[in-house]
Design a protein around this ligand. Structure first.
Ligand SMILES: NC(=O)c1ccc[n+]([C@@H]2O[C@H](COP(=O)([O-])OP(=O)(O)OC[C@H]3O[C@@H](n4cnc5c(N)ncnc54)[C@H](OP(=O)(O)O)[C@@H]3O)[C@@H](O)[C@H]2O)c1
Length: 367
């Protein structure tokens, strides 16, 4: 193993003391994670907060075997140690000690240090701050995998995303626009409350061609009308329940539906004839339980397709608010309350989070 000599024995982290509400999150000290042969140890600048963290905390998203029980699926930071088995085959990008990086972790991101398989670690895009970079991995991997690798959204097609002001939604709008798709976005208008208005305005600002208030408008009718009855080529849905039949109705011939969550329920009934008549494809996935190899394949595709979009200024994570690591409970409360547009980022190391990474000097001195 190659390691910086400046590693402490223990770290601050947030653990789930028992399954339950946001109050079960506790700031504790634990020993540093011991890295496996194919992993690197990252000192965190910041960590992104995602809805799956809330599900894990509530006991509805089991931790995969061998993954950290700590919450936290995405982060930015600096490599402080490299596992003995990390070689050219799995470290294709040649990452080394001191490199500023972005990582999709298997868990353990709400901590000062996190062990991550090297295939899930990507160089920090110099166009973004450490804070913005912390909010990239979980959302970008999920959207890229479902919308592009599985549903093959392409230039000129129409795309509908629900929950469009969420971390996932704001990423989906930007990636679909960058790909040349026509984007329809639904979000809660909050019955004209300030937070609802904020969500609809954000979707417009990010380039959505048509923004639909889910509280007062019918997305099927609007999408049909604005596509001359063609319908939508690809739908990305996290809502399920009563949205499912409407998603199938709004899809065009040969349309594709990617299901990534079911906030309104997972039990639905629909007429299979609809699938056959329109030659529809219904798919879905969960990211966290996938193998390290599967995630490395997504990382490879993300690096080659999405990193150039970041460089071209076509994707920038939307940060709703920054909170210190110790405020993880308040962060979960805010996300659960539906008041967040974009992402919450937990600042783990204030100084590191403020470090500017530029293209010429992507390596920071390990401290
Ligand atoms: N399958 C995977 O691999 C994977 C990976 C990451 C995330 N996810 C899922 O993707 C979703 C988004 O993740 P995130 O971290 O971006 O979450 P988030 O910021 O909390 O966003 C959730 C969004 O869901 C919408 N929503 C909530 N309740 C709703 C309801 N009853 N009806 C319609 N819309 C509702 C809200 O939109 P409005 O209130 O603005 O309409 C909100 O913006 C989550 O459900 C998460 O579990 C799945």
């Amino acid at each position: 193993m190659f390691a910086s000599p400046h590693l402490p024995a223990a770290m601050n982290c947030i653990e789930i003391s028992q399954f339950g509400g946001p109050e079960v999150l506790r700031l504790v000290q634990r020993p540093l994670p011991v890295i496996k042969d194919h992993e690197v140890l990252i000192k965190l600048a910041a960590a992104g907060v995602n809805r799956p963290d809330l599900l894990q905390r509530a006991g509805h998203y089991p931790v995969p075997a061998n993954a950290s029980d700590l919450p936290g699926l995405e982060l930015s930071g600096v490599i402080m140690a490299i596992g003995a088995g990390v070689g050219a085959r799995d470290n294709k990008l040649g990452l080394k000690l001191g490199d500023a990086v972005v990582a999709l972790s298997n868990g353990g991101g709400y901590a000062e240090y996190c062990a991550v398989p090297v295939g899930q670690v990507l160089p920090h895009p110099p166009q973004l701050s450490m804070i913005e970079a912390a909010a990239l991995a979980e959302t970008v991997f999920t959207v890229w995998y479902n919308v592009f690798m599985r549903c093959h959204l392409s230039q000129g097609e129409s795309f509908l995303v629900h929950g469009a002001a969420s971390g996932i939604g704001t990423t989906a709008i930007q990636l679909a626009k960058a790909q040349g798709a026509r984007v329809f976005a639904t979000a809660s208008g909050g019955n004209a409350t300030a937070s609802g208005g904020k969500k609809l305005a954000l979707c417009r600002k990010l380039g959505a061609d048509m923004v639909i208030d889910r509280d007062s408008e019918d997305f099927v009718a609007i999408c049909r009308h604005h596509t001359d009855n063609h319908g939508i080529d690809v739908v990305l849905d996290m809502v399920g329940g009563d949205y499912t039949l409407r998603n199938l109705e709004v899809l065009a011939m040969d349309g594709r539906l990617a299901q990534i969550a079911f906030l309104r329920g997972n039990q639905v009934a629909f007429d299979l004839n609809l699938l056959m008549r329109k030659r529809l494809t219904v798919t879905g996935s969960t990211l966290r339980p996938q193998s390290d190899l599967g995630k490395a394949k997504i990382a490879h595709s993300v690096y080659h397709h999405v990193w150039p979009m970041i460089a071209a200024g076509q994707l920038r994570p939307v940060i709703d608010r920054l909170m210190p690591l110790a405020a993880a409970t308040a962060a979960h409360q805010a996300l659960e309350a539906g008041e967040v547009a974009g992402k919450i980022v937990l600042v783990v190391d204030d100084a590191l989070a403020k470090t500017q990474v530029n293209a010429q000097a992507k390596t920071l001195a390990p401290r």
